[in-house]
Design a protein around this ligand. Sequence first.
Ligand code: AMP
Ligand code: ZN
Ligand code: FE
Ligand code: FE
Length: 282
Amino acid sequence: MSADLHLHTRFSDGTFTPEELVVAAQQQELTALALTDHDTMEGCPATAAACAAAGIEFLPGIELTSEQNGRELHILGYGLAMHQAPLQQALAKFQAARQQRIRDIVARLKELNVTLDADAVLAQANCRAPGRPHVARALVTAGACATMDEAFERWLKQHRPAWVPKYRITAADAIELIHQAGGAAVLAHPALNRADPLIPGLVEAGLDGIECFHTQHSANVSRRYVALANRLGVLITGGSDCHGLNKGIPHIGTVRLPLVYFEKLKDRIAERRARLPSGSSS
Ligand code: AMP
Ligand code: ZN
Ligand code: FE
Ligand code: FE
């Protein structure tokens, strides 16, 4: 009886369709899952339908890119009313910026004599929230490098010549956006972003929880975040951050959050939803 609350599909930079993701979740005998694509909730309806057919409990979610004190932080939102207009407007902005960023990266590459067709990269990505993995894949397909890792190492990661910063809002604004849509806000994989000094401030800004369990958190690191979450009085969550085959192997099933934490998260979402003005909860 366990949940995976951090998963990606083709609607952002994962490789699984919602249906493939749910088959993998079934194989891993997960009881519940949340979809948390980057900057989009478009995959949620299909994932909800596939989960319903498979008898898996589904929670709609999102992973927003934010920044606090010059540091990139990823804020997970759970249980948001996905059709709410302010949320949709904010997401449209994120998505337009992501598409433009792909064009900017391709232009940088061209200056380095590495030629890709931006329209073709976007057509191949075939989603509103494309990211660097789509460019990396196109570079491999074009024969410019052998692996996606090499594409990141040579061109795409920060401090490399084709790196382009991503549009991002402050973490406090991301938390506010999630709350205004009736969702709960959770700091994703804090160890990956060396976020610890910022956590008390985020809790003051209304952060509901910390993703203590993550594929890249060791058992010791997870224990430390559980203790911190308890000390700060915030929720404990966890997920595999599965991107299908984009990170070598699908990580789904490597993190198994006990359902007791999932139940507490749902209680928090119910509290947040209860504060929404009537008529804006779908
Ligand atoms: P973006 O959202 O465009 O900044 O891209 C971030 C995504 O690229 C995340 O899913 C990262 O895990 C992924 N990523 C970063 N480095 C690599 C790499 N070396 N190989 C494959 N994916 C990577
Ligand atoms: Zn991703
Ligand atoms: Fe992330
Ligand atoms: Fe993620």
